[in-house]
Design a protein around this ligand. Sequence first.
Ligand code: APR
Length: 171
Amino acid sequence: MSAGSAPKIDTVRGDITRLEIDAIVNAANTTLLGGGGVDGAIHRAAGPKLLEECRTLGGCRPGEAKITGGYHLPARFVIHTVGPVWSGGKRGEPQILANCYRNSLQLAVKNEIATIAFPAISCGAYRYPVQEAARIAVNVTRNFLATSPSIGQVMFVAATDEILAAYQELL
Ligand code: APR
């Protein structure tokens, strides 16, 4: 790794389904059978074989993460995680969201994934406050990378200017 290499964590505005990297993370629901938002975009871009593989996984609990192939996506893998639905912050939402990032990164290390991109998990249909969600995402990722050098780069992909600004403030 050269001294002046790119920062290990950065943020970019765009569509996560277009990224040609090792793994993109999907903000899924507990059925893992697709949905709207980034879940719908990833399934549309990956094609029907992604759903076929998801059917074999037996769902996913909030905070957990499961991995599949990327199929027609430019990314090699999809790591599916299920974020918390925001209900005021007193029902364990922060811990569940932190687990989404931690478990996805752990799964990346286990599968020798070096470059990974996250959408803003729970910040859409699940209505998690953006600033707080971004703070959790960056803190958990920074702490994880401090002890896991095998991950070369983490990208936070923002689909809106509001989310991009939230990450830029923290990075
Ligand atoms: N690339 C990057 N980010 C995207 C994309 C995309 N192509 N499409 C949407 N997003 C962003 C949204 O703007 C939001 O900031 O992903 C973030 C997460 O929003 P959702 O996709 O609504 O996910 P979430 O809030 O976690 O809700 C999950 O929605 O789609 C269903 O099946 C899914 O039930 C689950 C729920």
